[in-house]
Design a protein. Sequence first.
Length: 392
Amino acid sequence: MTRISRIRWGIGLAVLALVGAALAAGWYYSDQILLFDKPSTLHEQRVFAANADRVRLSLDRESGEAGRWALEWEDGFAWLGPVRSVVGDTVERELRVVQGSAPVGGWASVRGVAKAADPRTLLGLAFEDVRYRGPLGDYPAWWIPGEDSTWVIAIHGRAASRAEALRTVSALTGRGLPILVIGYRKDAGAPAPPDGFSHLGATEWADAEAAVHWALAHGAKDVVLFGYSMGGQVVMQFLARSALASRVRGAVLESPMLDWNAGVALRASLMGVPPPITALGKWIATARSGLDWRSLDVVSRPPPPPVPILLFHGTGDRFAPFDVSERFAGRFPRQVQFEPYRTGNHVEAWNVDPEHYAGVVHAWLTARGVGDPRSRAAPPARSVMQRPRRRV
């Protein structure tokens, strides 16, 4: 073999190696898009000391954030109140244990709401575990009874659980609205999608439609849809595609993933994924699952049905781009009431300012004649912190 031939072979092998590496990286990133996120650990903040009403944690962005937060550990969870002191790399906050014993030493996680919570343990609300029939089988849901003929249907986001909606539930109690907090495909206790992939709302909307069918069959006249993160995409897909869209009186979206193209680009940028690998990962994800990325861009689609929308989004969101919601609200100013918030991260409007969140939700519902404003409960943040612990 001549020297030139050896050079050509070397170049060819190098090119093949680069192509193989790019395809491997693209396949890996397509997994990040299509596969279901692993649950976060409970080993994010060190617990140095705790008693009945105080806890000292390692200081980071989450543990030092102003507002109302959950602290969850292996066998319990609590509400965190105001910061009382910062000493070195530790922070002391008010604590109200909801379940379990105050953590002493070890690890815990600060988050928007404890994933182990349910309406009774967290809020002292009676509820029923129910199941509704959907496209893939039977799905789990929490049903919180009420007297009104308008029901709330709450739809959590990707990698979250039904507990995500409990902050909103705390703000809705007292209006007489029945609330159905639903699980959908791949949730615990729900059927798995046939291909094992998340379709980012493009198929999951049919599960939400089944939940609305269940509500209508059990006394609802119409519904208000609440969608968080990917749940916001589910809501918008439902409004665009369901024959039951006419039964929706309004929608409340929090940190909604209204354009998955922008959402994937944001996460890729934060993860250091080069744009060509991001584009390749999206292409491979389409080849594997049939995703239509244009249909997952709500802002560029034809106008949604004229359903009033209340939209919360934080400027510091590191998952769903804030500017997408801003553009969406700007495109439909008569339809969308936009409520930006300046601190916090993803799906944290309640945590940042519970009283403001509750006030906005109540005023928006009252303006549309949804629920009974005369029976409005006290502001949920104080009631959550001050309510005596209940046995379950």
